[in-house]
Design a protein around this ligand. Sequence first.
Ligand SMILES: *Cc1c(COP(=O)(O)O)cnc(C)c1O
Length: 391
Amino acid sequence: MSNMRSEAWIGEEIERLRGKSMERRLSVFGEAGGKIRVDGRVFLNFSSNDYLGLSRHPEVVSASRKYLESYGCGATASRLITGTLNPHDELEQVIARAKGYPAALVFGSGFLANAGVIASLAGRSDHIFADKLAHASIIDGAVLSRANLKRFHHNDPEHLGTLLRRCPASGRRLVVTESVFSMDGDIAPLREIASTALEYEAMVMVDEAHATGVFGPNGAGLIREYGLENEVNVSMGTLSKALGGYGGFVACSSDLRQLLVNRARAFIYTTGLPPAAVGSALGALAVLEKTAEAGSELLARAAVFRQRLRDGGLDILNSQSQIIPVLIGENSKTLAMAQRLQSKGILSVAIRPPTVPEGTARLRLSVTLDHSEGDLERAAEEIIRAVNDEY
Ligand SMILES: *Cc1c(COP(=O)(O)O)cnc(C)c1O
């Protein structure tokens, strides 16, 4: 007897998603990056997080290869057992220095870093305050912590202040935000958020997933740019976006790191990052140390592209970064737009709920250094034409 009947609900669930234009499917690509070949045709890919092209950078690839060949394919154990190799130690020192913190701790991914850190800093009787648009991994970390979770209005330190004021006196408080928002490309008022948190003796954690490598001196991020290393307790980042590889990390005080080593289940109960991934991160950070202008060059190109889209009458929300949303609204319309652009050689993913709020489906465009000024000009023209025709 087959047990397929117990799975009947799954088909219904998928059917329901399809009906709301919310079903998502995996696409398979032959290569990654800002400009890719698909079936022999070159596409401008606006969905890659490889902002600086470091995933294919010769020095990064060769650093990764060197660590792979010296240390093998795997860390072979969890970090607290025998899975902390020299490369992990070296990477954590380099990250701490780059971010301007006394210490750093590397996790298996950015998702694991957020989940592990948040659940270590807050527990059942504590309070977490997260920006309304915070990444899913921040929210999952908060859920995992079992703390009381409050969402403050997007980029609104005043509302954060109100929530903190109303918060019971007992329990620890943790404020979490992103510096560059992953779906809107706007920037958090970090100084105001930090000073509000300080006023209410709350810890502050900032997710710099999309700022690392792009903003700040040598890509150190916005905490560093604003000089907030003493106000922000936890500087979180990922090795998987501008750094072109895989893994996550936090930079923090030595005590906080030591607490995480003892408490963060997403750090303790999983195998250490493979040496090749550690090597690629070290290679990428070494390249950034030498090429201070990569991030500012990217941001300059993105600024021209944003202005061009705005001049074309598009709603790009408050984007201030290399991430540029083009608000469409309806799911099916957004999907149709993405398909139309694809036929013009432009890959942009239709971002729909639950990733973004209901009714705010959008095309999300990420500019990378693989996109020349000419590429961006051509893309802007096509995008403006697609959006305006459809309306
Ligand atoms: C991508 C992302 C993460 C997760 O990082 P990974 O290394 O891809 O797991 C966390 N936070 C934000 C804001 C992100 O955009």
